[in-house]
Design a binder for this molecule. Structure first.
Ligand SMILES: [Cu+2]
Length: 126
């Protein structure tokens, strides 16, 4: 959770797209102050556990259910502070995640991240 990412975008998660295996844990590190982590409504798989970090809280979340998890920093949601964690290879909930309503810059930023999911999941072997 940073105030500026290596590409110069303000208010970001780094990395904003992450692929992990089921059962892996992710720690949200408060590198800069004033951020939190929580899922975006409608952007996590069915039956998945939810989480809600407090501002400045470093939380560790374990992801057991495969699928796409869209998450945000609540204060900077509209500024585009969003991320995706892909758990396993399932993209079953990607379509419903794509239709989630996002405010302001979150919309275009999330579209960039969803494109990365597509690359990772459907790229043909060379
Ligand atoms: Cu933030």
């Amino acid at each position: 959770m940073v105030n500026k990412d290596p590409e110069g975008r303000p208010m970001q998660f780094v990395p904003a797209y992450l692929k992990i295996a089921p059962g892996d844990s992710v720690k949200f590190v408060a590198t800069d102050k004033g951020h939190n982590s929580e899922p975006i409504l409608g952007m996590i798989p069915e039956g998945a556990e939810t989480w809600k970090g407090k501002i400045n809280e470093e939380i560790t979340v374990t992801f057991d259910v495969e699928g796409i998890y869209g998450y945000k920093c609540l204060p900077h949601f509209a500024l585009g502070m969003v991320g995706i964690i892909q758990v396993g290879d399932s993209t079953e909930n990607l379509d419903s995640a794509e239709t989630a309503k996002l405010p302001g810059k979150a919309k275009s930023r999330m579209a960039e991240l969803i494109a990365q999911v597509g690359n990772g999941a459907t790229a043909p072997a060379n």
